[in-house]
Design a binder for this molecule. Structure first.
Ligand SMILES: [Zn+2]
Length: 320
């Protein structure tokens, strides 16, 4: 599954292959496209920039003062490849939703769930892109801003869900979330409000370290043991003994989040975690509390609510 480390690497490969080159052919299947972008003829333009932010990849084509940006988001299924014009592709052509061709390279994108085209000016009005948090893998990552955004999370949200929110920090995927929480011995179900700044900083720094260690490719790993098959601490290790204490690794769900957390009950001090829909229903009801009001997306409440206004009386018991 692509995470921020993969997309960062993809952007580097695409940049080396495409940046500064003239596009000689361009195919795109069913993009979401603004009318200004639709008027722009990509063929004959120059690839001006290839950038990633978290799991979003942006390729800018320019001609004079005009430009158009191709936005692809890989989610679980998408992948960019780069080939020489005569090379055979590793995936069927029918799976390609975008193909960028230059004299030197051909870059197809297979099965991306999101393909959009808009001008640079229009990006400011995009529903997601302007709100992305600082990109954790970049050299110029702003840790203070990341901690500030974590603090601004809806107060009832748990740290695992907060770390995955791309508007808080861009680029952390589920693997690095689970591994950073384990290495810092924090329960995935701990509320952000119950963690101090030093702990948030340690978590962010740990996730960043692990992702930067993995950005150059190869087998993704967070644990550097002799046996490469044991390259993870807890992620997807259900029932296997913890590498630190021997307790069986377990997993649990989170409210409004389809990705699970794997954890060590002993090392991370978790005595209960939701593993059924009924558990989640119960936890969500507790999280909503007597006041009841919660914006599921968190977006509106987050921007309007300051820490002083946070309802503290309805804080649920956290699973231990
Ligand atoms: Zn353990």
């Amino acid at each position: 599954m692509p995470e921020g480390d993969t997309i960062h690497r993809t952007a580097n490969v695409l940049r080396r292959a495409l940046a500064g080159r003239i596009v000689t052919a361009f195919e795109v299947v069913a993009p979401r496209m603004s009318s200004d972008a639709a008027r722009f003829d990509v063929i004959g333009s120059v690839v001006r920039a290839v950038e990633s932010n978290g799991k979003h990849l942006l390729i800018t084509f320019a001609r004079g003062d005009d430009d158009v940006v191709l936005h692809t988001h890989m989610k679980m299924t998408g992948a960019w490849h780069v080939y020489r014009p005569s090379e055979r592709w590793w995936s069927p052509r029918s799976d390609a939703r975008v193909v960028i061709t230059t004299d030197e390279f051909v870059a197809p994108c297979f099965r991306p769930p999101v393909v959009e085209m808009m001008t640079t000016r229009e990006i400011a009005f995009h529903a997601v892109l302007p709100d992305l948090g600082p990109d954790i893998i970049r050299d110029e990552f702003d840790e203070d801003e990341a901690v500030r955004r974590l603090r601004a999370s809806p107060p009832e949200r748990d740290i695992a869900s907060a770390l995955l929110d791309q508007r808080t920090i861009s680029g952390i995927g589920n693997v690095f979330k689970c591994e950073a929480l384990f290495l810092e011995r924090v329960s995935p179900w701990a509320k952000v409000t119950d963690l101090d700044d030093a702990t948030l900083r340690r978590l962010v720094a740990q996730a960043r370290k692990l992702m930067r260690l993995n950005r150059d490719g190869g087998e993704r790993r967070t644990r550097f043991a002799l046996n490469a098959a044991e390259g993870m601490w807890v992620d997807e290790r259900t029932g296997l003994p913890c590498h630190v204490c021997g307790t069986s690794v377990a997993w649990g769900y989170h409210p409004n989040e389809f990705r699970k957390s794997w954890y060590c009950p002993q090392c991370q001090n978790v005595t209960w975690a939701p593993t059924t829909a009924a558990d989640i229903g119960r936890l969500s009801a507790e999280v909503r509390g007597p006041a009841g009001a919660r914006d599921a997306s968190g977006a509106a409440s987050r921007s309007s609510r300051t820490p002083e206004q946070r309802p503290s009386a309805s804080r649920p018991d956290r699973p231990r």
